[in-house]
Design a protein around this ligand. Structure first.
Ligand code: GLS
Length: 795
């Protein structure tokens, strides 16, 4: 154990020397990596031992994505070694920050949903709760984004390095997964039994990654499954090369879609692979009777992607453990709970029945039976057609995973108050009426250990100086900062840190993208996946309008602003890709205009990922959270930015609503339609963007410029954009909310003119952000859903 710098230095140098090479950053990285793994391993063994001895209930968090980001620095922070190691390395002439830069980020997720899973496992370990993550070990993480002529291009990202992997192969825990085959009903000892003959087998190998909790006490496990060829014989295996290739494909890459559906057979294979492998391990390694599963294990399914866990658990209980349907159903529906992360139709998880029937014949039969029994239970009620439609799992050849997930879980939650209300009152109204106690809200959270302690070490230090270190363990204590919101010297220190973090970002961008940013400008940051509802288009249209004003009106000379964008579009999402292209085109036009450039600068950060977020978020003055109300289930970037003292310009959507509630609307810039208005318009189909264009000359001019192709390399490049705004009736209400968005930006400029008042608002945001720590979220899940007991492991 290294609590002392000198000890660390000695051991570090000895190891470096043993390697007998030059003192390069690469070697230092390798050495530090090894040492960290050793520190972790001891704690990991101890936690596992404690869990075995205690036999308490465990949580298994099933998620198709875990966007963990770089791990080295975070592990050092959670071990409480970061400062010691940093100082020690400094004295040896090495920079920890440079060493950290050598780690390739494992991009095992797309955006919010995957990053949430990563925050959750961090919080579970930090709270000393026995909860593990189960996911997939994609060889290629999310694609690397580059811009070529302003267009997004996608390159594969290989994060797995042979030398020092972040995970450990656990060959001895491998299980087999079966696909395809023919159903046979045979007479067994206890009656009829369903068998699947001649399936195709694939081996699932777990790779375990340590999840280090705060203070290096508890180390839980993130288990990622990799697909490999099975040892079992089966027909078809003879064509080995094809079989090998098909098998490797299962965990070859992450699907690059977020809030969109990819109804592909490979994706279905992935989903089943995750569910079957994870459930088999849980059942194989249990120390309790199968009937006692719900008292010993809670399984949370992160969105519908792992919803096959429901029929798969039924299959294992009935076919392998010889339980009756009723027993199996009772156990399943007391073990599994489900989180819904979206109401977007295109992401609701729907499968063609025939696909499931052919790939997973036994699972299909079970889903059919679940549907049949559920429908039968509804027969006593007088339900209209609409209700029956909403309540059916299988309908017109489609399997609706969200309905299956609700029916087969004991609890269902939305991820912010507004989102849960929309689920209960609209999207899942009928299901909520059938299961009135199932639905509940758990507003998302983020781990302050990454988004403050790691990403903003300086601000964390200032907070500790002011209110002491207890907030680190109890983040709701950030509220004590309220006393400092009007303290002149504290505000000055805050401003100095904001400037420093801006410098860090500038330096980072200079190195990576060769752009130079004015450190005195307002840093206005819009970072998230590209999607119509997230309205990056509204932001860039507004910039276009500002440019026009500057050119047109010699008295309009606003305070300098840098508008940052960061985010990727799903490769198949043409509209989003056109918005990316448009932003890049606007950027070159604005940035190369000597007059406009004094007031506006547009920077598109290439390849936005967790690492980039750690640079951008602490440097932000303004946080753009401008989704069409009702569409963003929660958002979590909004929380990260708030916690770092950025002020939100945002709609009443997702968790923004709660952010405004906590901090007060006077400390944010709220604009736009409310969810009810949006939904009303949608219902009545009564919104006509043409009316807005006709009544607002500035907007009309923008549209004209767009149509003429003035903001693009040519007319064709904006076809989708113009088409969506005009022919498709502007489905995300960009033009409808545009004017109030622009007014909110004017308010920002007014507020920024008073630096001390601005800083006061920022500090109030930080003070109100404690409730958005994922420690709070996880504690609520534990209290209300999982019922876990803390097993703190003190090292
Ligand atoms: C998402 C939602 O779109 C986000 O609003 C939410 O914050 C996140 C985590 O709950 O889940 N759903 C999704 O499919 N991708 C997301 O980021």
């Amino acid at each position: 154990m290294f609590s002392y710098k000198e000890e660390f230095k000695k051991s570090f140098v000895t190891r470096m020397e043993r390697k007998g090479m030059e003192k390069t950053a690469e070697l230092a990285y390798e050495t530090l990596w090894e040492m960290t793994q050793e520190w972790i391993q001891k704690r990991w063994n101890r936690t596992n031992q404690l869990y075995r001895d205690n036999n308490e209930k465990k949580l298994y968090y099933f998620s198709i994505e875990f966007l963990i980001g770089r791990v080295l620095g975070q592990n050092l922070i959670n071990l409480n070694f970061y400062d010691t190691v940093k100082e020690g390395l400094d004295e040896l002439g090495l920079q920890l920050s440079e060493i950290e830069e050598l780690e390739t980020e494992p991009g095992l997720g797309n955006g919010g949903l995957g990053r949430l899973a990563a925050c959750f496992v961090d919080s579970l370990a930090s709270l000393g709760l026995p909860g593990h993550g189960y996911g997939l070990r994609y060889k290629g993480g999310l694609f690397t984004q580059h811009f070529v002529n302003g267009y997004q291009t996608e390159q594969p990202t290989q994060w797995i390095q042979q030398e020092h992997n972040v995970d450990i192969r656990r060959e001895e825990l491998a299980v087999d997964i079966s696909y395809y085959g023919e159903i046979q009903v045979v007479m067994g000892l206890d009656g009829l039994k369903v068998n699947v003959e001649n399936p195709e087998w694939v081996k699932a190998i777990p790779y375990d990654m340590p999840v280090v909790g705060a203070n290096g006490g508890t180390v839980n496990t993130l288990r990622l499954w990799q697909a490999e060829v099975s040892d079992r014989p089966f027909p078809g295996r003879e064509d080995y090369a094809v079989y090998e290739h098909e098998t490797a494909k299962i965990t070859d890459r992450l699907y690059p879609d977020d809030s969109l559906e990819a109804g592909k057979i490979l994706r279905l294979k992935q989903q089943y692979f995750l569910c079957s492998a994870s459930l088999q391990t849980i059942l194989n390694n249990r120390s309790f009777s199968i009937e006692a599963l719900p008292e010993n294990a809670a399984i949370q399914i992160n969105d519908t992607h792992p919803a096959l866990a429901i029929p798969e658990l039924m299959r294992l209980l009935i076919d392998d453990h010889a339980l009756s349907w009723d027993q199996a159903w009772d156990i399943t529906t007391r073990t599994i709970s489900y989180t819904n992360h979206t109401i977007l139709e295109e992401a609701m998880g729907k499968w063609d029945s025939r696909l499931i029937q052919s790939l997973l014949p036994r699972i299909y039969l079970i889903i059919e039976e679940i549907d049949r029994r559920f429908k039968k239970s509804l027969q006593q009620q007088e339900l209209d057609e609409e209700a029956l439609h909403k309540l059916s799992i299988i309908e017109n050849g489609t399997i609706k995973m969200a309905v299956l997930a609700v029916v087969g879980s004991y609890k269902v939650n939305g991820v912010a108050k507004l989102h849960t209300e929309i689920l209960k009152k609209r999207e899942m109204k009928e299901l909520n009426e059938q299961f009135p106690n199932k639905f509940h809200n758990k507003t998302n959270g983020i781990t302050h250990r990454r988004w403050l302690l790691k990403a903003n070490h300086e601000l964390s230090g200032l907070i500790t100086e002011a209110i002491g270190p207890r907030w680190i363990k109890e983040p709701e204590r950030l509220s004590e900062l309220h006393y400092f919101a009007q303290n002149h010297s504290f505000l000055q220190d805050f401003q100095a840190i904001k400037s420093l973090k801006k410098e860090h970002l500038i330096h980072h961008l200079q190195r990576n993208q060769n752009v130079v940013v004015d450190p005195d400008s307002i840093f206005d940051i819009h970072i998230k996946r590209f999607h119509g509802y997230k309205r990056q288009l509204m932001n860039i249209l507004h910039i276009q309008m500002l440019y026009d004003r500057i050119k047109r009106d010699p008295t309009y000379r606003p305070y300098p602003r840098t508008f940052f964008f960061g985010g990727k579009a799903a490769p198949s999402y043409h509209f989003a890709k056109q918005v990316i292209k448009m932003i890049n085109t606007v950027a070159s036009k604005v940035n190369s205009d000597p007059l406009a450039r004094k007031h506006l600068h547009v920077v598109f950060v290439e390849n936005y990922n967790v690492t980039q977020a750690e640079y951008l978020i602490p440097a932000a003055d303004v946080s753009e959270q401008i989704s069409t109300a009702s569409k963003e289930a929660s958002g979590t970037g909004n929380m990260k930015l708030m916690m770092n003292g950025a002020l939100t310009i945002g709609t009443f959507d997702g968790a923004n609503v709660e952010i405004f509630e906590e901090v007060g609307q006077e400390n944010a810039f709220v604009f736009g339609m409310r969810a009810e208005q949006v939904m009303q318009y949608e219902k009545e189909k009564s919104y006509n963007p043409k009316e807005i264009i006709d009544s607002d000359s500035e907007i009309a001019q923008l549209m004209e410029e767009l149509i003429k192709g003035e903001w693009t390399d040519g007319k064709n490049n904006v076809d989708f954009i113009v088409g969506q705004l005009m022919e498709d009736s502007d489905p995300y209400f960009v033009l409808k909310d545009f004017r109030s968005y622009s007014k909110a930006h004017e308010q920002i400029l007014k507020a920024y003119a008073h630096p001390e008042k601005w800083a006061e608002m920022c500090v109030k945001n930080i003070a109100a952000s404690g409730i958005f720590s994922s420690d709070r979220t996880i504690q609520q899940y534990s209290n209300d859903v999982w019922h876990l007991t803390k097993i703190p492991s003190i090292y």
